[in-house]
Write a protein that binds this ligand. Structure first.
Ligand SMILES: Cc1cc2nc3c(=O)[nH]c(=O)nc-3n(C[C@H](O)[C@H](O)[C@H](O)COP(=O)(O)O)c2cc1C
Length: 168
């Protein structure tokens, strides 16, 4: 099975997950999105993005629009909890950028939020829509240690499942 793993990562969280997946698929080609060729001719594309305002970041979105018909599995890191509606909706919105390719799987985990964004939000008044509520501050604290070893292991397990499905 000819597989390509492509990731878009600003601060390294999504790259960490991409590299964990690559350990499970060592023969797959691994590229940062800026250097990734077209997935045409590959049996499977595994594409990772970071969540930006409730959808895939712009570089991943642009790549998704060029995917064509190659079966695609998506993974993402985000500040929100992976079992939240926000995580589910962000993945759904991202998958809408795949026009002709079947979505064959998805994986999401938390990723530490850039301290610059945190500092900016903490400077806003608490009643501002993006202000530092207790809930948001807790979520960021929880996110700050991710992705961790368990996330990487979960990503490897997910990748194993993709390989099995592709073979069956
Ligand atoms: C500009 C910006 C926008 C973000 N928007 C969201 C968002 O809408 N929802 C969310 O859960 N996390 C959001 N995050 C958090 C990132 O998705 C998260 O920290 C991710 O793990 C970063 O991945 P990276 O290290 O691969 O760049 C945002 C971060 C930044 C810097």
């Amino acid at each position: 099975m000819k597989t390509m793993i492509v990731y878009s990562s600003r601060t390294g969280n999504t790259e960490t997950i991409a590299r964990a997946i690559h350990q499970e698929m060592p023969r797959a080609e691994l590229f940062p999105v800026e250097e990734a060729p077209s997935p045409e001719g590959f049996d499977l594309l595994v594409l990772g993005f970071w969540v930006d305002k409730g959808t895939a970041d712009v570089a991943a979105r642009e790549y998704l629009q060029r995917v064509g018909t190659t079966p695609t599995a998506l993974f993402a890191t985000l500040g929100a909890y992976p079992d939240s509606n926000h995580a589910r909706e962000s993945m759904e919105r991202a998958s809408e950028f795949l026009s002709g390719a079947p979505l064959v799987g998805s994986f999401v985990c938390q990723g530490a939020v850039d301290s610059k964004l945190q500092n900016w939000m903490e400077s806003l008044p608490p009643d501002h829509p993006h202000g530092p509520t207790e809930e948001r501050l807790k979520r960021w604290r929880d996110a700050s240690t991710h992705p961790d070893g368990k996330d990487c292991e979960a990503a490897r397990v997910w990748a194993r499942g993709l390989i099995r499905e592709e073979r069956s």
